[in-house]
Design a protein around this ligand. Structure first.
Ligand SMILES: [Zn+2]
Length: 262
């Protein structure tokens, strides 16, 4: 990816150089291109408005991120494009709305308008710098984030410890999680051999989500004629702030893809 984050990184480093906390150190260590989610929002909105004429009137915002409530305040795209946004993702951020959901989303765009899609998995970082943990508002104990993805990791590790190969259970009342586990199984050994398993897990999740988002966008080209802006990355949840490490920012239009620099 060709984005130049050096200046942003420096700026980001400068903003937290006084009184850097343990979780901020971990963000820099594992996600060196992360920026505050609010800042990302402003920069993306600004670029889209100036260079591609995305406005609140001609843009429909959709997102494929985990429904976990802590993700709702990482970015603020709805404050620019309106409260009528389209959730495209399910547990762990996978685009579970699928072809039908993406097609509906595209048909709901304003006439001659555009789509903006934010996507990616999320990861908590606790105050002590532990990846995959967060202390939520009005709770006294830390919990996992992303809980859905980490639940798989725990089950896989536990089965392995007992010399067994983990097999996901088909459950009609837990279809999204079953599907997540089926998708993760082929990557599980790579994940558990990572230096940090939770970091390995979020990277695999990002790739799986992105791969399907790209396929779903391809499906739209037959009937959707406007611009589609894709903003993909990893959402990072901490107790006080949300961060986002951008991995892809591009515009798909008339069969062409244009990368955008932040
Ligand atoms: Zn989650």
């Amino acid at each position: 990816m060709q984005l130049d984050y050096k200046n942003i990184y420096k700026l980001y480093k400068n903003t937290i150089s006084i009184g850097i906390t343990m979780n901020e150190q971990k963000i820099l260590q594992y996600f060196p291109n992360a920026i505050e989610g609010q800042k990302l929002t402003v920069e993306v909105v600004d670029k889209l408005a100036k260079n591609h004429r995305f406005t609140p009137k001609n843009t429909l915002f959709g997102f494929s991120t985990c429904p976990d409530e802590i993700n709702r305040t990482v970015t603020r795209f709805e404050s620019y494009y309106g409260e009528k946004h389209f959730p495209l993702g399910g547990l762990a951020g996978y685009p579970f709305r699928g072809k039908t959901g993406f097609s509906a989303f595209s048909h709901h765009a304003p006439d001659n308008g555009n789509l903006l899609i934010l996507y990616g998995p999320h990861i908590g970082i606790s105050e002590s710098g532990e990846l995959g943990k967060i202390l939520r508002e009005n709770q006294s104990h830390e919990s996992t984030a992303c809980g859905a993805a980490i639940a798989f990791l725990n089950k896989y590790n536990s089965a392995k410890k007992n010399g067994k190969l983990y097999e996901p259970n088909y459950d009609i009342l837990d279809m999204e999680h079953y599907q997540i586990e089926k998708m993760l199984i082929p990557h599980a050994d790579k994940i558990i051999s990572s230096q940090n398993q939770v970091k390995g897990l979020v990277e695999v999740n990002y790739n799986l989500i992105e791969q399907d988002i790209i396929k779903l966008i391809q499906e739209l080209k037959h009937h959707f004629k406007g611009k589609i802006a894709l903003v993909g990355g990893i959402m990072i949840n901490t107790m006080n702030k949300g961060y986002f490490e951008p991995r892809r920012f591009e515009i798909c239009y008339k069969g062409k893809v244009e990368r955008v620099c932040l």
